[in-house]
Design a protein around this ligand. Structure first.
Ligand code: ZN
Length: 369
């Protein structure tokens, strides 16, 4: 009974906020059955947890020393524990398999099926990739409606991987940067409603006081794993001719991540890196009428030589499958998961490079399509 009154009151408050009876009716139909969270905020010595179950807001407070805490309410689960120590390591080398996937855009089920069918996780959702490295090149946020579930899933998987000698690298995409900077153009309407019912502006759910917000702020824009360099959009050849190092790019990008938290506006190299030629927006490896001219093979070679790599692996520009271009010097791994019907991942082992399909078939990657 009190749940019903709560939900009704919340809807009524939304109606008052929006100013009318008609909007009240919309708000009710739109928010019926909304379940989302948890959102965890760390303040002083306590952790406050908020979530929505069937459009009703719930909250719980814990002492910081009560973490780790296994959250399991209303079908939502989260392993709430302090984030792993922040690391500035950008280069990883070793004898291990590598998998890479990109642009989940809130499509939890496809992400999950891809990872199970390609041996990254077991049927319980636990890390099963041993000492392998899984690289996710950004864009978990926006478009779809299961973003929070993906974030908590990856949060747990990262720590499981670490304990088993493997590694999960979650890189920032333009949609992570957009959310952190209050650019909500592509947000699914579910999260607009979540934000209204919780009465917290959506970017505040990922503020530097939130657990997932702190975690996202610790994520890199690039990583080099063996002979491959990963980023969401790519590396403009100007970075090679300007002799910019990976550390310099990463540092300038990360230290200017959230505009509202900067003492002065982004300028110079940091502004360049956050613009259309920077690593989360660049599309110059692919033919396009609207964007910058396509990089020449010589320019790609200059990037490979400068960063001492064999390949660059990127998401952001959507393809039907994992695709090689420039004879395998560039691999595109945004396989259209955002459409909600199919997706692939890149697999790299001692046998070579492969397309891991949604059903778990291992298909050879054609370098000369
Ligand atoms: Zn993108």
């Amino acid at each position: 009974m009190s749940t019903f009154i709560n939900a009704t009151l919340t809807s009524a408050l939304i109606a008052i906020a929006l100013g009318g009876y008609i909007l009240f009716a919309n708000a009710v139909s739109h928010t019926r059955g909304l379940t989302d969270g948890p959102y965890v905020f760390l303040t002083g010595q306590s952790a406050s947890i908020q979530w929505l179950c069937n459009s009703t807001k719930f909250a719980k407070k814990l002492a910081r020393n009560a973490l780790p805490f296994t959250f399991n309410e209303c079908g939502l689960t989260a392993d709430i524990r302090p984030p792993a120590a922040r690391s500035s390591q950008l280069v990883f080398e070793g004898d291990f398999p590598v998998a890479a996937v990109s642009d989940f855009h809130g499509q939890y089920q496809i992400m999950h099926d891809l990872m199970i069918n390609n041996g990254i996780i077991d049927s319980q959702g636990h890390w099963a990739f041993g000492n392998g490295h899984l690289v996710i090149t950004g864009d978990v946020f926006d478009r779809g409606d299961r973003v929070t579930e993906i974030l908590w899933f990856l949060y747990r998987l990262e720590q499981q991987a670490q304990r088993q000698g493997g590694k999960l690298h979650l890189l920032l995409g333009n949609h992570e940067v957009m959310i952190l900077n209050n650019d909500l153009r592509y947000l699914h309407s579910k999260y607009i409603d979540t934000s209204k019912i919780l009465d917290i502006p959506y970017p505040e759910l990922y503020s530097k006081h939130s657990l997932l917000g702190q975690w996202l702020r610790s994520k890199s824009v690039l990583v080099k794993v063996n002979d491959m360099l990963f980023a969401h959009g790519g590396f403009n050849p100007e970075l090679a001719s300007g002799k910019r190092s990976l550390a310099e790019i990463s540092q300038a990008f990360s230290s200017h991540l959230v505009k509202a938290e900067l003492p002065s506006p982004r300028a110079g190299f940091a502004e360049y890196l956050h613009g259309s030629n920077g690593p989360v927006w660049y599309r110059g490896y692919f033919k396009s009428r609207e964007h910058a001219p396509q990089a020449t093979e010589d320019e790609i070679d200059s990037l490979l030589a400068h960063f001492q790599i064999k390949r660059i692996v990127v998401g952001h520009t959507t393809k039907k499958r994992v695709e090689a271009s420039y004879g395998g010097k560039v691999i595109a791994i945004d396989s259209g998961i955002k459409y909600g019907t199919y997706g692939e991942m890149l697999l790299v082992d001692e046998g070579g490079l492969w397309r891991g399909t949604l059903s778990g078939e291992k298909k050879s990657l054609n370098f000369n399509p």
